[in-house]
Design a protein around this ligand. Structure first.
Ligand SMILES: C[S@@+](CC[C@H](N)C(=O)[O-])C[C@H]1O[C@@H](n2cnc3c(N)ncnc32)[C@H](O)[C@@H]1O
Length: 309
């Protein structure tokens, strides 16, 4: 597998639950160094770094969201992978998508910030090349990749415009960017049930600022963000995988243990508020998601493609 010509010679390596600017703020807010925006970005980066650096969170993510994320990875891999192509898996996490791309014969690179995730990825896809780095500062040459994929990564990035510009920079002309993100929450789906209960009970004034988690799930915003980076949105489709639970209380536990920002928001609340959120979530799952002997909670996903203009 030829990996030459990809790495640069000098390897350099929110909302409070409501719709806001995809990168934290209103258009009028200063984005200079030392600005509140820059501080929000730094704080969000720190949370992501420490959250995904925690073995318990990584393990809970892989066990609980893994089946859904891997189902979507199969869709991305089927669209992106062909033998002989050189593909970048951005925010590769535990490496399930990386492994699928390798299996299809592609020459694959994976990047992520988390050592714990990268350890798993190296085991999952031993033929791929993994680099620990930030999605906003990729250590690759211009036009190094035929395709870039990102499964549930973009929503975690505080510097999305910069990261999308990096995606464009490393894509060859005409190359495709394929990415998946959680769809807009609805009362009857996993994020909707969870966020409705949080909104009903939590004190959101003390919630940390963070980028709009669902920005790319809105087709018009996705189109603008991609266009801003020189990428043309070509598809924006929804799929609805199901989260399989044995008990209605499991959904709350999954968000508490297997997420970074939602978990931090819950943990920032007093015990009696946490208990109310937990009770509402279990009640909503029991009322809306019963199936056979268990519970099936919709976890809708948006899959989008963009091509380098
Ligand atoms: C929800 S996980 C998705 C993992 C995987 N792609 C999957 O298919 O499930 C998000 C991943 O993004 C990574 N991440 C978060 N911020 C990042 C950044 N700024 N640069 C690179 N990776 C980042 C995390 O370490 C984590 O592995």
């Amino acid at each position: 597998m030829d990996r030459s010509g990809v790495l640069t010679p000098t390897t350099t390596a929110s909302s409070r639950l409501g719709p806001r600017d995809p990168e934290f703020c209103t258009a009028t807010r200063s984005k200079g160094r030392g600005s509140p925006w820059a501080k929000d970005c730094a704080a969000s980066d720190d949370r992501e770094r420490s959250g995904w650096g925690d073995e318990a969170t990584v393990s809970a993510y892989v066990s609980n969201f893994g089946p859904v994320s891997d189902e979507i990875a199969q869709v991305l891999a089927a669209r992106a992978a062909r033998s002989e192509l050189t593909v970048l898996d951005l925010c590769c996490g535990h490496g399930a998508l990386t492994a699928m791309l390798c299996q299809a014969g592609a020459n694959v690179f994976g990047i992520d910030l988390s050592d714990k995730m990268l350890e798993r990825a190296r085991r999952a896809a031993p033929r791929a090349t993994f680099i620990k780095c930030d999605a906003a500062q990729l250590p690759f040459q211009e036009e190094a990749f035929d395709a870039v994929v990102c499964n549930f990564g973009m929503l975690h990035l505080s510097h999305r415009a910069r990261s999308l510009a990096e995606v464009r920079r490393v894509l060859r002309p005409g190359g495709d960017f394929l990415t998946a993100t959680w769809a807009i929450p609805q009362a009857s789906n996993a994020f909707g049930i969870m966020l409705d209960a949080i909104r009903a009970h939590a004190d959101l004034a003390c919630a940390p600022h963070q980028p709009d988690f669902f920005a790319l799930a809105r087709a018009s915003t996705a189109q603008k963000m991609m266009a801003g980076a020189g990428l043309r949105l070509t598809a924006h489709d929804e799929m609805t995988p199901l989260l399989r639970l044995q008990h209605p209380d499991e959904l709350f536990t999954i968000f508490l243990t297997a997420t970074v920002s939602v978990s931090m928001l819950i943990r920032s609340q007093p015990d009696e508020i946490v208990a109310r959120i937990r009770r509402d979530v279990a009640a909503a799952v029991a009322a809306n998601c019963t199936a056979g002997g268990g519970y099936l909670v919709p976890l809708p996903v948006v899959i989008m493609s963009a091509s380098r203009t």
